[in-house]
Design a protein around this ligand. Sequence first.
Ligand code: SF4
Length: 136
Amino acid sequence: MTASARLEWGTTYQVTVLELGLACCGVEVMAALDRLPDLGVTPVDGAGEAHVLVVSGTVTDVMLPAVLRSYEAMPEPRYVISVGACSNTGGPYWDSYSVTKGIDQALPVHVAVPGCPPRPEALLEGLKALHRLVNA
Ligand code: SF4
């Protein structure tokens, strides 16, 4: 991606991203994070400074409360990107007694990135989709 492709988010503040990598999809997200500066967003470690929550990997019912706490700690405006089949629907584990059947059952998901796992480019496309949503 070239510098000319950098997204302008229409804000004087940094657009900050918190990644919750819960399984293998998290590895793909980490690879994509290397390119995030080109998209005008900044990875952060704390939910209190994040405007975009990226949930990737298998969300178990045991982990769900921790995901919700992260979301609740985020300042407004806040957005959620669900990455991968597991986070979107439960994926290959959709019939497991312990797996949440899609993070959208618990959070407002603004963009869902398909795949098992999605390629890093797919996350970048997801961020572009969120950019269009924010600037609509
Ligand atoms: S969607 Fe596939 S790659 Fe991603 S966490 Fe689930 S099983 Fe792993």
